[in-house]
Design a protein around this ligand. Sequence first.
Ligand SMILES: *Cc1c(COP(=O)(O)O)cnc(C)c1O
Length: 434
Amino acid sequence: MSPQETAVWTPVETTPATQQQPLCPQVMAPSAISPLAYISTATNYYNDAATETKRAFAKTLIANALQERINSIDYDKCEPGGEDAFFVADLGEIYRQHMRWKRNLPRVEAFYAVKCNPNMTVLRLLAALGTGFDCASKTEIQTVLDMGVSPSRIVYAHPCKTSSYIRYASQVDVQMMTFDNAEELIKIHKFFPNAKLILRILTDDSKSLCRLSLKYGAPLKTTRSLLELASRLGLNIIGVSFHVGSGSYDPTAFVRSVEDARRVFDEATEFGYDLKLLDVGGGYGPDNFESVASLLGPALDKHFPPSVRVIAEPGRYYVATAFTIATHVIARRTVKNDDGVASYMLYLNDGVYGNFSGKLFDHQNPVAKILKHRDEYLYDSPESDARLIKYSVWGPTCDSLDCIDDNCYLPEKVDVGDWLYFTDMGGQFSPLPF
Ligand SMILES: *Cc1c(COP(=O)(O)O)cnc(C)c1O
């Protein structure tokens, strides 16, 4: 797809705050994001002036979509749940992230990690942009195949798979899959002996927020015996993968992992394998992507000849910043401290058992902002510390664990019936059922 072809108004979409939990109605807002006729040739696409203009424009459109949806609610007459939380998705942001990827890591093909956000509009957009897909389950594979994506554009990137799912992958011809232990090789040998296997190695992810290596990845001292077993079983190993952990703030972890992968490539030659694929996993944040890319790109070129295909499994990178959630303040409690100073507990209609699950599982800290106070819309208004009032922000369930933020300050006295919003909510969707 050329930039010119996408110089159309892509819809900003408001969707139910969750697809799985039937909390919210599905709404489409006829809004739009910035046209993308112009792609700058500046080296840092992401931070250039043209992109900033588009972002500012996108914000206007997000504001309109939020406002339109809320204005349409008749609080006195709506069905129960008519004021439920809802998302606004800026699909242009996903497109901008894609262009940013291609500009900074031109050698690396992105296979989007479906588990991060399996929203169908997101998946369709990425399919149209030509990404591949990292699927972790039968449902994810089926969802992607049902869009008409070729099975060759899917990597079954789960090192510990259900046997019947391995058979399913064989039936639908999804050949690439990861493994990290001997038992998995024996299962694959039985159910899909011609699969194209990728050995997932364990990496040092001690500086990441979600330490995936606690659960998956072959320690480097085991790779030799795994390669040996695979060759004895006549299995087809095509490459190596790693995942530095989600929310990694250490770009050098990618470089160390590339070096480790190189060692395993060399080891594999001893067992007659000529590996042709390196999968550099996920863990790319929207914030430090340029610094990761500026180390990772050269490391790849240093250690791997152009004949080695390099893919990655970015998840949150693509979707995190694209989704904004709006939540309704359903109740408020005033709390006075010993000096008589008031603070407030705000109860919202979404929480950690809904769309704020990232708070529990992904070490996310969503930041509440005021969207609508009485009759005034305050989306993206400049930060003011004129009159800061202290709050704690809670979800709707009866569980005291359901706390979104136990201590925050907002510039207005939030009322019951007001709306709050949280940005960067795209990467903590409920995954599809396994
Ligand atoms: C979760 C996951 C990803 C995506 O991780 P991000 O940090 O969101 O990029 C990629 N690959 C695998 C195997 C995963 O489990």
